[in-house]
Design a protein around this ligand. Structure first.
Ligand SMILES: Nc1ncnc2c1ncn2[C@@H]1O[C@H](COP(=O)(O)OP(=O)(O)O)[C@@H](O)[C@H]1O
Ligand SMILES: [Mg+2]
Length: 266
């Protein structure tokens, strides 16, 4: 069944610039798709449009149906139920999702409590479980910490735990490892891969790096200047790219060989 159906999505600024141009793709339940393209190609605006979260002064046209619900043209207030239940997002910078003034545990308790109805001690235990699931050591200590008191890698795990707490059908990850040290990137990708697989969630995974996309998805859509350049399996894009632009992306994906090796062994 189609979970996400994007048809002719176009994003324009109020002064008439077209930043995403007639983009179409679909994602079935449990399926994964990568969005790949150089910086500025419209990947993030696409994910924001899917969530109904475009910045002020930007408008979307076309159609985005998430679990059968139209997102384009619907007032943001009416979409809050859809977000979280049907789709959750992990951004490049985890601080985007986290409230700097609220302890980590409380931030996870909010969506978790809403979904499960748990309270008090039971909810606190569920929060610790959620933090342990994203392999954070000493979850009770992390739960009491403020976001600035933990490392960037730990913050991104917290952001992932928050997204998963809603048990969404679709996880959107926009450059989730780009801001992290190289040493923790691979671990984060492996963690996402495992947790998403266990839950049978669909993933829309955004990166400028084809090698990173290859670790999570088998299929990818290449974007340039707000448009779709080509779409196919990662293997086909690497081995027989139809477009010159895809070829340059492949060439710049330095760690591609090892990523493909890693994928074939999983
Ligand atoms: N808030 C904004 N106001 C004006 N232009 C924006 C805004 N956000 C993004 N853009 C422009 O839209 C284009 C696509 O941006 P984005 O979707 O963030 O690209 P990507 O995520 O692929 O790097 C870029 O040219 C960027 O400068
Ligand atoms: Mg971006």
């Amino acid at each position: 069944m189609t979970l996400l159906d994007v048809r002719g999505l176009t994003v324009r600024t109020s002064d008439g610039r077209t930043l995403v141009d007639d983009l179409s793709f679909t994602l079935a339940g449990g399926e994964r798709l990568g969005l790949i393209g150089e910086s500025g190609s419209g990947k993030s605006l696409t994910t924001l449009a899917v969530l109904g979260l475009l910045p002020d002064g930007m408008s979307a046209a076309g159609s985005v149906e998430l679990a059968g619900v139209q997102i384009v043209g619907v007032p943001e207030k009416r979409l809050t139920g859809v977000r979280g239940r049907d789709a959750a997002v992990v951004f490049q910078e985890p601080l985007t999702a986290l409230d700097p003034l609220m302890r980590v545990g409380r931030q996870i308790a909010e969506p978790l409590g809403r979904r499960t109805g748990l309270k008090g001690r039971d909810l606190r235990r569920a929060v610790a479980d959620a933090l342990a699931q994203v392999r954070l050591p000493d979850p009770d200590r992390i739960a009491r910490a403020f976001p600035h008191e933990i490392s960037g890698g730990q913050r991104q795990r917290v952001a992932l735990a928050m997204a998963l707490a809603c048990e969404p059908k679709l996880l959107i990850a926009d450059e989730p490892t780009t801001a992290l040290d190289v040493s923790v990137q691979a671990e984060m990708l492996e963690l996402m891969d495992t947790l998403v697989r266990e839950r049978g969630m669909a993933v829309l995974f955004v990166s400028h790096d084809l090698a990173v996309v290859a670790r999570i998805t088998d299929r990818a859509l290449v974007m340039k200047g707000g448009r779709a350049v080509e779409e196919g399996t990662v293997d086909a894009l690497v081995r027989s790219p139809r477009e010159e632009y895809t070829r340059t992306l492949v060439a710049s994906a330095r760690r591609l060989e090892s990523a493909l090796d890693l994928r074939s062994s999983r």
